[in-house]
Design a protein around this ligand. Structure first.
Ligand SMILES: [Zn+2]
Length: 393
């Protein structure tokens, strides 16, 4: 079974699990396959529907001693981004040391590594004082409703690893996000008499200028030891129903990438204050903000402590003492937003593959990294279940 991890990766890539909120078939088939694998390996396996036909799956390798509540969690997302127009996206292809295909990098390499590692620990460590849980979540690529559901259902863990492409470097901080809509309200009229109307698109031009002039410089000043400053992007705009009708409504969607030290409520209050100022200065502008449709806190785990030390030791044991194990930060988000959630489960993001390959038309992963990740996960699980670390978490 020298290349069991590569064989498993190919099997997972061949099952299309593109997010069904984003033009894919959904995670159902892959969830069923993972559950079958878990049952075949004798893990405690459970399937819980989060969205219709879209369940989270958990595989547990239980402790054998003393009712231990210690748990090391691996969070791995089942979904991939869509692969519109890429005809061979779900045909795993190996060229040299790479496997190509949708999800190879983001993040089925992590899934395969975690399953193989847990299988090895099940046979290699028959005496366990802590348990390992693999949580396979739906909807990470869209609204992260899988992990959100698990946390809302009372998920607990002593520590967590989120499997995502980090090139096997430990990520201890990443940004969060707040996404919401802002609407301007006008009055429709025939464009032969535009003076009878109130143009909501013209109002929105003022809103956009005002927000960019006031929010962007303010947030660019904010810092974090491992992250770049917050950003604001206006990602969509829509308004008007016809070229000969004065538009009565215009809507923008704002993506505000936040530092994990920023409170989402304070972020929204800052926008509200700026919009109030605008309406005072320009009474003709009538603008409202909707409640956010996405709020993620980000991750700001400690850069030292039991979990990080254990992760660093596992990486060094596999990659040698020269391996770069410096805890770092990244701008993108992961399921860790919900696990950490402001101060909850200590979490490190760690997995094979380069984030630059994720979501691309020619997605691939370095197979040697996937194999080494299985070794690193195995060491981490082993050191936890034998009680080397984690009791102080
Ligand atoms: Zn991912």
């Amino acid at each position: 079974m020298a290349d069991d991890v590569v064989a498993l990766l190919a099997r997972l890539v061949a099952i299309d699990s593109a997010n069904s909120s984003m033009d894919g078939p959904g995670e159902g088939d892959l969830a069923a396959e993972i559950a079958a694998i878990g049952q075949g390996l004798g893990f405690e396996t459970s399937v819980e529907e989060v969205l219709p036909g879209r369940p989270n799956v958990t595989l547990v390798l239980p402790a054998t001693h003393g009712g231990s509540k210690r748990r090391l969690l691996f969070d791995l997302h089942l979904d991939t981004v869509p692969h519109r127009g890429i005809t061979d996206a779900t045909i795993p292809r190996i060229t040299g040391n790479r496997m190509h295909g949708r999800g190879t990098c983001d993040t089925k390499g992590s899934l395969a590594a975690a399953i193989i590692a847990a299988r090895r620990v099940a046979t290699g460590c028959p005496e366990r004082v802590g348990e390992v849980m693999l949580l396979f979540t739906v909807d990470e690529e869209y609204l992260k409703r899988g992990v959100e559901h698990a946390v809302a259902s009372g998920l607990h863990a002593s520590a967590a690893i989120v499997g995502e492409p980090t090139s096997l470097r430990p990520i201890v901080a990443h940004k969060g996000a707040v996404r919401f809509r802002v609407t301007t309200h006008g009055r429709a009229a025939h464009t032969s008499r535009p003076e009878n109307g109130d143009n909501a698109i013209h109002q929105m031009v003022e809103v956009i200028d005002w927000l960019r002039e006031r929010i962007e410089p303010a947030i660019a000043m904010r810092g974090h030891p491992r992250l770049s400053p917050p950003t604001m992007t206006i990602g969509t705009i829509s308004g008007g129903t016809g070229v000969n009708i004065v538009p009565d409504r215009c809507v923008i969607e704002i993506d505000r990438r936040s530092l994990p030290t920023e409170d989402p409520d304070a972020i929204l209050a800052e926008f509200d204050a700026v919009l109030q100022d605008l309406m005072r200065a320009r009474p003709a502008v009538k603008v409202t903000r909707e409640e956010p449709f996405l709020v993620e806190r980000g991750l700001d785990g400690p850069a030292d402590g039991d979990l990080v030390t254990a992760v660093q030791a596992a990486i060094r044991a596999v990659d040698g003492d020269a391996a770069d194990v410096t805890p770092t930060g990244v701008p993108y988000g992961t399921d860790a937003s919900h696990l950490w959630g402001g101060s909850g489960i200590p979490t490190v993001v760690l997995g094979p593959g380069d984030i630059a390959q994720a979501h691309t038309a020619d997605e691939w992963v370095d197979l040697d990294e996937v194999r080494r990740c299985a070794d690193i996960y195995e060491r981490l699980m082993t050191s936890f279940v034998v009680g080397d670390w984690g009791s102080s978490l």
